[in-house]
Design a binder for this molecule. Sequence first.
Ligand code: C2E
Ligand code: CA
Ligand code: CA
Length: 408
Amino acid sequence: MAGSTKRTFKNGDILIRAGERGDCAYVVESGNVEILLEREGQLIQIGTRGPGSIIGEMAMIDDKTRTATVRALEDCTVMEISRDDFSRRVESADPVLKMVMHVIMTRYRDLIGRTQALRFPHIADGAEASENTHKNHAAALGSIKIHNELKNALDRKELTLHYQPIIDLQKMKIAGFEALMRWKHPERGMISPGIFIPVAEESGLIVELSKFALDLACDSVKVLQQAVNPALVPDPLFIAVNFSVKDFAAGSFYDQIEGTLKRKNVKPEQIHLEITETLLMAAPEPAKTALEQCRKLGVNVSIDDFGSGYSSLSYLHHFPIDTLKIDQSFVRAMTTHPASLVLVKSIIALAMNLGMRVVAEGIEAEKEAKILKDLDCAQAQGYWFAKPMPLEDALKFVQNWQAPVISG
Ligand code: C2E
Ligand code: CA
Ligand code: CA
């Protein structure tokens, strides 16, 4: 798939010609353009667009010809969004959203057609004026920009994983690691997954990112396992990989997991799947089947951010779940808000009663570790033990492991 392309147009150049089939849209980055409609052989200006506007998007949505001509009023630079890229976004959009988009487009084309026929350019002008709301679409455009760059980031090896240790609180040994994605952007530095993962989820690119994460996690777990001192880390290490709802939409989730484990020669118990409650609610049936198959294979299924999302607990017995990861917000508030402590206690008791394991996330202080240990919480993860780190550092961490002392 083509990446983002910057294009420049000189004053007077035609960016888009009415009647031609559109295969891309443009986001104006600098300069101004004019929108022209033909009337009785003459081009009439019905509006102008400046930086931040999107032009030519209609023909991409419904695969029809351009309704207007767009001409540069001065030298311009634009970012091109290819039809491929656009189709992929449309394909991964909510079906209702898709339908509404098509209805709006049909009505809009109809309106333009009628105004042209009736020769009332001012009505067309009004319709176009409403398009000025595009200027308010900065967030959406920002997301397209990140998406375009993210597509290339995989090929350019700008994406990697950092690993945060998960500690067995009772034995005070390393149990495994969580793989957390990092994007080393050549100009913008390290970009947080909090920014690029939602964009990848929206555009469907997450499926490729997840494949990459699973592959790399399989390689890394073998490297880390080889480095451990069995006296210090007796059980096989695991790496927990985060997955999103779109990963299950393709319908081949289980095949991908099984295939990758086989190809990489990794034991199923060495990979944990981390998914959120929201994911389970968004894709109940396909997710359930895929997760049941994964679990049968021996892959652990963990519910991430437990307690922060869906309020019903009924899904706990509906889905195959091995581990609950208590959301950081409860751990953070545990020492200051008695209600949060009660919640943490209840989640640990709930997990124990259901035969599930509990991991507490976001431990930043010794006293938090102590409370959780005393509550019989099985595992913990947080900056107090270690921050997420590159593989080289995780190797050193494993080799030089010294259990931190929890006093009191
Ligand atoms: P998450 O899965 O809940 O991951 C835990 C986040 O909490 C990580 O943020 C981690 O660095 C941070 N964290 C760990 N311990 C502490 C602590 O003691 N204090 C504080 N304040 N934070 C702590 P990070 O790496 O920025 O990742 C953010 C989120 O991005 C993740 O939340 C996850 O939802 C998503 N994400 C990261 N990597 C991937 C990935 O490969 N695939 C998918 N689908 N999502 C990912
Ligand atoms: Ca996680
Ligand atoms: Ca989490």
